[in-house]
Design a protein around this ligand. Structure first.
Ligand SMILES: N[C@@H](CCC(=O)N[C@@H](CS)C(=O)NCC(=O)O)C(=O)O
Length: 215
């Protein structure tokens, strides 16, 4: 049985949704930010980040894209990605890694760039630059959706849509503003919220309603 280390509306949202869509058994472990930042948690997630996924053999995985990749490979019969090894799967991995290595960290900086700045003016500048950069990345996803939506893998809903949905919750200056600029993303997020298997989990994170993320 998996163990999901989870914080409300943090980076575990996509994994929580993926586990629910897959209908695989797991234990959900709600954590507070203080518990995540406590030194003991680093024994499980060495960088002190959420999400982390405990496996039955006692190992714990960290890094969201690695966890998505693990789950889709462990449960291919759930069809939440193209068939591993196929060209479409390669494309899926490109988009997943683009989101986790470019859009996710840029979004983190747009949310709070204090770790990169020595005063408030610098922080405001860095956050604004990160927001502009994130907009460019969202435009890339929007263009892809306009060409071959409604999901990021065309007509097939996949784990990518859950990941993009999670990132859209943190859109700056607000989720609503992100939706206004990127209608394909707005449509995707609305369709994710309408998925019956996700209702309870999205409510548990407080993000069932547009603008629910207030961090
Ligand atoms: N590259 C990591 C980033 C994860 C990340 O930034 N998680 C944030 C929450 S969204 C976190 O755990 N921050 C720790 C903290 O704020 O103390 C991943 O994809 O899993």
């Amino acid at each position: 049985m998996y163990k999901l280390y989870n914080v409300k509306a943090w980076g575990s949202v996509s994994i929580h949704c993926l586990l629910e869509e897959m209908e695989v058994p797991y234990t959900n472990i709600w954590m507070t930010p203080e518990q995540v930042r406590a030194p003991e948690f680093r024994a499980l997630s060495p960088l002190g980040t959420i999400p982390a996924l405990g496996l039955a053999d006692g190992h714990t995985l960290f890094e969201s894209a690695a966890i998505v990749s693990f789950l889709i490979a462990a449960h291919p019969e759930k069809h939440l990605s193209p068939v591993p090894g196929s060209p479409a799967h390669g494309e899926f991995m490109s988009i997943l890694h683009f989101m986790s290595t470019e859009l996710y960290p840029t979004t983190n900086i747009a949310l709070g760039g204090s770790g990169y700045a020595s005063d408030e003016a610098q922080e405001a500048f860095i956050k604004a630059r990160a927001r502009d950069r994130a907009d460019g990345y969202w435009q890339f996803l929007e263009t892809r959706l306009a060409a071959s939506g409604p999901w990021l893998m065309g007509r097939d809903f996949s784990a990518l849509d859950l990941y993009a949905f999670m990132l859209s919750l943190w859109g700056r200056p607000s989720e609503e503003a992100l939706h206004a600029r990127f209608p394909g993303i707005a449509k995707l997020a609305t369709a994710v919220r309408a998925r019956p298997k996700l209702k309870a989990v999205l409510e548990s994170h407080g993000v069932m309603k547009l603008g629910g993320y207030t961090g």
